[in-house]
Design a protein around this ligand. Structure first.
Ligand code: HEC
Ligand code: HEC
Ligand code: HEC
Ligand code: HEC
Ligand code: HEC
Ligand code: HEC
Ligand code: HEC
Ligand code: HEC
Ligand code: HEC
Ligand code: HEC
Ligand code: HEC
Ligand code: HEC
Ligand code: HEC
Length: 435
């Protein structure tokens, strides 16, 4: 039966080829005359059999009394829905793939195609693809502020097959591959050493495929998007009384990449550079210094600072006195004692707690452990410096004076030339005698 139809069409098309191509209807069935169905075959795109004037391949015999006065259609169709189209279009059935577009499943081919002719290619009912879709769909794709490139131009078909596809939502590819159909050039951005988990799972966890109220078609604005999956960071930031200005000035992506990174924690640059991208002055000071403090050598700024904010000044993870003088309590210097012996300033006399001794007199105790005790930072650099034992070169004194500190290590001790007191030395083996 199918062969018969195809044969017939081929034969007629063969005979009337040029007329069909020029879009002129040929009165094969004598239906198209100056009086009747005169416009049939005149549109820009004419369906093959219509161009050939073969009305009866689809329409059965006229009912009695055609044409009737009521203008009711009185030519019955030889078959309904898809079965009609299948008479000639069986070679590659449009519903051959697993995920079928509902109108195709229902055989409503004429929902999109005019069976006769139209102004759009493939006898589509609308010229612009999105207009075609909106014949049945509510427009939710092109209404928000930021439109995706292909959506803005109404090319729904570049992603969705109008008929059927092996992929859900009749997409032309599955999962993230649907995005890489066009964003192939960005693939490298997603395959670095440390991928952000949601980006591996689905781009749609953060982006809308069609449109959004937020730039880059994101499903949320800036920080809010990140917070939606990182409630712990959100809670932490909300509790932080000391905010890192970086976060007031920009979103999380000033430091992190949303897709993947060559560095752990999705950081944009190497941990050794990330802080210095903004703290440039500090970067050049640290790099020019002779001695870097252990964690700074390791680029572990986070040992002491919390980049997301904290409850302590200077976004320090643990409390550390801002003052130079403070009554001593071991907890005050807990940050240092995370890594160093917490007893160094506890005992007045010692032979092992610290090397800062004159004989067995604990000089740390002497300076630090009192009502008006000195902070570690009165003597030590926390980041980097040029003197041994991270002794600072100068200490701010009062509002405007930088008090110089010259420290020289000796074999069994050291000596200090400072503004606080006369030059003094200490010696662990042969204690220096003081009054
Ligand atoms: C490929 C099959 C096919 C061919 C060939 C065809 N028709 Fe139709 N025609 C249909 C279908 C299907 C409908 C029902 C339309 C609908 O459901 O939207 C229809 C409906 C009609 C109608 C009534 C509704 C309307 O669109 O005005 C007329 C009149 C008509 N056809 C005339 C013709 C004439 C004249 C020819 C030959 C020049 C022709 N048809 C060739 C399939 C065809
Ligand atoms: C009697 C046979 C016949 C029937 C029935 C038929 N078609 Fe066609 N159709 C053709 C022929 C012949 C062509 C022209 C072939 C070509 O250009 O490759 C064609 C072309 C088309 C095209 C354009 C294809 C292209 O690549 O440009 C579409 C779309 C189409 N038909 C849809 C339908 C739909 C929808 C139905 C059912 C309502 C239908 N056809 C029923 C014979 C038929
Ligand atoms: C939702 C709208 C829609 C429905 C429903 C639909 N089509 Fe199509 N069809 C299209 C569009 C759009 C194209 C053009 C595709 C392109 O240009 O890539 C097309 C193209 C075609 C073509 C040309 C060849 C091809 O595959 O590209 C044929 C034949 C065709 N359709 C047949 C059918 C048949 C038969 C049915 C019913 C089973 C049907 N269509 C239902 C939208 C539809
Ligand atoms: C003739 C009516 C009709 C037209 C035209 C139409 N659709 Fe549909 N479409 C439906 C129906 C009915 C459903 C099933 C109900 C729903 O999900 O809304 C559907 C479902 C869909 C789905 C959902 C599939 C899923 O698995 O969730 C997508 C995607 C879709 N259509 C895309 C399109 C695109 C793109 C166009 C334009 C090329 C289009 N539709 C044109 C009727 C239509
Ligand atoms: C860049 C590719 C792309 C383009 C272009 C595109 N879509 Fe989609 N569409 C998708 C993806 C991906 C999904 C699956 C969404 C999801 O799972 O959240 C989808 C889902 C849909 C759905 C079903 C789910 C829903 O949101 O209701 C409809 C309907 C739909 N698209 C219609 C359209 C229409 C209409 C257009 C053209 C205006 C269009 N699409 C253009 C990728 C695209
Ligand atoms: C059919 C091709 C195509 C597909 C498929 C596609 N895109 Fe796009 N996409 C574009 C074009 C075109 C642009 C605009 C290019 C530009 O502005 O640089 C764009 C831009 C974007 C942008 C940047 C928007 C902006 O405001 O700068 C994002 C984000 C995006 N696409 C995500 C996706 C996601 C996610 C998917 C998969 C669901 C996807 N794209 C699939 C073509 C595509
Ligand atoms: C965790 C959320 C998230 C996921 C998942 C995600 N993105 Fe993004 N994407 C973003 C954010 C945030 C931006 C904005 C970048 C910025 O602010 O620097 C963006 C930007 C983009 C841009 C535009 C970049 C530019 O500079 O023009 C494209 C294209 C893009 N994403 C594609 C994708 C694709 C494709 C996928 C899936 C493979 C994906 N995204 C997965 C969050 C995400
Ligand atoms: C859709 C949910 C989702 C969104 C949105 C999201 N993330 Fe993630 N993120 C995750 C998951 C899941 C992990 C993996 C957590 C794990 O392995 O414990 C992760 C991991 C991370 C990591 C690495 C954590 C670690 O311990 O190595 C960072 C940093 C990160 N995300 C930052 C961001 C930023 C910045 C944004 C906003 C641009 C964002 N995330 C948006 C789900 C999300
Ligand atoms: C100033 C740079 C900077 C900004 C801005 C920033 N982060 Fe981070 N973030 C880091 C650094 C550095 C680490 C690694 C800390 C470590 O290794 O201990 C990190 C670690 C993380 C981690 C994994 C460890 C953890 O704390 O759970 C997540 C998740 C994270 N950031 C999310 C975010 C989110 C969400 C935002 C925006 C609200 C954000 N970050 C803003 C620098 C930043
Ligand atoms: C995007 C730029 C930026 C990045 C990256 C950045 N910061 Fe900041 N940070 C600032 C700004 C702005 C201030 C406000 C003070 C200023 O202007 O110097 C600040 C202040 C600070 C302060 C002092 C807090 C205060 O209350 O004055 C510390 C400590 C700090 N940052 C540590 C870090 C660390 C550690 C890193 C690396 C994880 C880092 N910052 C990365 C911009 C940044
Ligand atoms: C051992 C703990 C520790 C480490 C590690 C550390 N800091 Fe600090 N940082 C501090 C302390 C304590 C202060 C406060 C100093 C003060 O009050 O004078 C501070 C102050 C700062 C300040 C603000 C004051 C200034 O000097 O500009 C910045 C910025 C800063 N640190 C950045 C960094 C960066 C970047 C790193 C990593 C290279 C880092 N810190 C590593 C303890 C540390
Ligand atoms: C994350 C661990 C860590 C923290 C916290 C830390 N340090 Fe250190 N510190 C080290 C390491 C490792 C060394 C050895 C490498 C070096 O000479 O810097 C060191 C060395 C020192 C030295 C020189 C010791 C020597 O024998 O040469 C002094 C002094 C010092 N730190 C003081 C401090 C002070 C003061 C604090 C608190 C503000 C502190 N440290 C916090 C890890 C830490
Ligand atoms: C009055 C200046 C001064 C103060 C205040 C001070 N230190 Fe020291 N510290 C030194 C000197 C000098 C040395 C070098 C001892 C040596 O090796 O000859 C030293 C050595 C150290 C060392 C190396 C190990 C050791 O004990 O020999 C650590 C660790 C250290 N100090 C931590 C601290 C911490 C933590 C604080 C604050 C609680 C602090 N210092 C306060 C001057 C000081």
């Amino acid at each position: 039966m199918r062969k018969f139809w195809l044969g017939l069409v081929a034969l007629l098309l063969g005979i009337m080829g040029p007329a069909v191509l020029s879009g002129k209807a040929v009165a094969a069935d004598a239906c198209v005359t100056a009086e009747c169905h005169a416009t049939m075959g005149k549109a820009a795109y004419v369906h093959g059999p219509v161009g050939a004037g073969m009305c009866t391949v689809c329409h059965a015999e006229a009912r009695k009394g055609h044409p009737n006065k009521d203008k009711k259609p009185d030519f019955t169709l030889v078959a309904q829905g898809k079965a009609l189209c299948d008479k000639c279009h069986q070679e590659k059935p449009v519903d051959r793939f697993e995920f079928k577009h509902t109108p195709v499943k229902r055989g409503e081919c004429t929902g999109c195609h005019d069976p006769h002719q139209s102004d759009a290619p493939k006898q589509l009912k609308k010229k612009k693809t999105s207009d075609l879709c909106y014949l049945c769909h509510k427009n939710t794709q092109q209404i928000k502020k930021f439109l995706h490139g292909p959506v803005a131009s109404g090319d729904c078909n570049v992603c969705h097959n109008p008929h059927s596809s092996p992929n859900p939502h009749q997409l032309e590819a599955r999962g993230n591959d649907a995005c890489f159909l066009c964003h192939e050039d960005r693939k490298a951005e997603f395959s670095r050493k440390y991928p952000h988990k949601p980006a591996l799972e689905s781009c749609l966890k953060c982006h809308d495929a069609h449109n959004s109220d937020f730039p880059f078609m994101l499903s949320g604005e800036g920080i809010a998007l990140c917070y939606s999956c990182h409630p712990k960071v959100k809670a932490h930031m909300e509790q932080a009384t000391v905010r890192h200005t970086a976060l007031d000035k920009g979103p999380c992506t000033t430091c992190h990449t949303p897709h993947s990174s060559d560095y752990p924690r999705q950081l944009k640059t190497h941990t050794k550079d990330i802080c210095y991208t903004c703290h440039k002055e500090m970067g050049s000071k640290v790099r020019a210094a002779k001695n870097m403090h252990g964690p700074v050598q390791q680029n572990d700024c986070y040992a002491c600072h919390d980049p997301h904010g904290s409850k302590n000044p200077q976004i320090l993870k643990k409390y550390f006195p801002a003052e130079f003088y403070k009554p001593y309590a071991t907890e005050n210097y807990a940050m240092c004692f995370d890594c160093h012996n917490k007893d160094i300033a506890l005992d007045k006399v010692t032979t092992k707690l610290t090397n800062f001794r004159n004989g067995d007199v604990n000089m740390h105790f002497l300076h630090v452990n009192k009502e008006k005790g000195r902070s570690c930072k009165a003597c030590h650099e926390v980041h980097a410096g040029d003197q041994d034992k991270h002794i600072r070169k100068e200490v701010p004194f009062g509002k405007s004076w930088m008090l110089p500190v010259a420290f020289t290590r000796t074999q069994n001790g050291g000596n200090c030339v400072v503004g606080c007191h006369k030059p003094k030395s200490y010696d662990r083996v042969n204690p220096v005698k003081y009054e």
